[in-house]
Design a protein around this ligand. Structure first.
Ligand SMILES: CC(C)(COP(=O)(O)OP(=O)(O)OC[C@H]1O[C@@H](n2cnc3c(N)ncnc32)[C@H](O)[C@@H]1OP(=O)(O)O)[C@@H](O)C(=O)NCCC(=O)NCCS
Length: 196
């Protein structure tokens, strides 16, 4: 039986990431026209995911430790307790509820960190993403007109949000596998201290 989990991206994932991008045509749009289809591009993208900033946390969605997707929180803002969720899956990993479970995990992580409100947005012509959001407890809050531009076309975006006090959506979250982000950040600080 396949084990699905979340863990921080690792340098060794570059080949699997590039393969996922090459086999999933709609990811180019998700990556803003700059999807990492080549090995060196995938290596660079993973390096950005591993940067230990306070404003972003990203995890690979893995099947038996091989990345098949991504879930992340960007724009983490501690004063107001907010963040922006984003996710994608390789084509052959879709249709099994993995994005919904990963989003539920990211929400659990964020609320345990003290965040209060998580937001996400999807183009109104992306019903699968809308369904993922709603099933993971992110209610729709309205349409932002022509918010995104892809090429020459502009798209309306539906905003969804989940608050810490909202009802539990009853989704089984994916487990976080080691190392945790907290362990990674501690290791980076330990390395920095050792250099002093
Ligand atoms: C969004 C995405 C992660 C969803 O993948 P997934 O979790 O495997 O989604 P599924 O294919 O299982 O679909 C999720 C739900 O939407 C429904 N759905 C899928 N396509 C649909 C369509 N065209 N119309 C209506 N409902 C649809 C499914 O039936 C499913 O419903 P259920 O939960 O009630 O069973 C995936 O499509 C993806 O990576 N897309 C490209 C990147 C992207 O759009 N990311 C989100 C940016 S906001």
């Amino acid at each position: 039986m396949t084990t699905f989990e979340l863990r921080p991206w690792a340098h060794r994932d570059a080949e699997a990431l590039a393969r996922a991008v090459r086999t999933t045509p709609d990811l180019d749009r998700q990556f803003g026209g700059d999807a990492p289809a080549a090995l060196d591009e995938a290596q660079r993208w993973i390096a950005t995911q591993l940067a230990t900033t306070d404003t972003h946390r990203g995890w690979a969605i893995t099947a038996d430790d091989v990345p098949v997707g991504s879930i992340g929180l960007s724009h983490i803002e501690r004063r107001h307790g907010t963040a922006w969720a984003h996710y994608w899956l390789a084509l052959d990993a879709r249709g099994q509820g993995l994005a919904t479970r990963a989003l539920a995990s990211a929400a659990e992580w964020a609320f345990a960190q003290g965040l209060h409100r998580l937001e996400l947005g999807h183009r109104v012509d992306n019903p699968a993403s809308c369904r993922v959001a709603v099933r993971a407890g992110f209610g729709a809050e309205g349409v932002e007109r022509e918010k995104l531009r892809y090429g020459d076309a502009r798209f309306d975006v539906e905003l969804h949000a989940r608050l810490v006090g909202d009802a539990d959506p009853g989704v089984q979250p994916l487990e976080f596998a080691a190392p945790s982000w907290e362990d990674r950040v501690a290791a980076v600080w330990a390395d920095a201290a050792a250099l002093e």
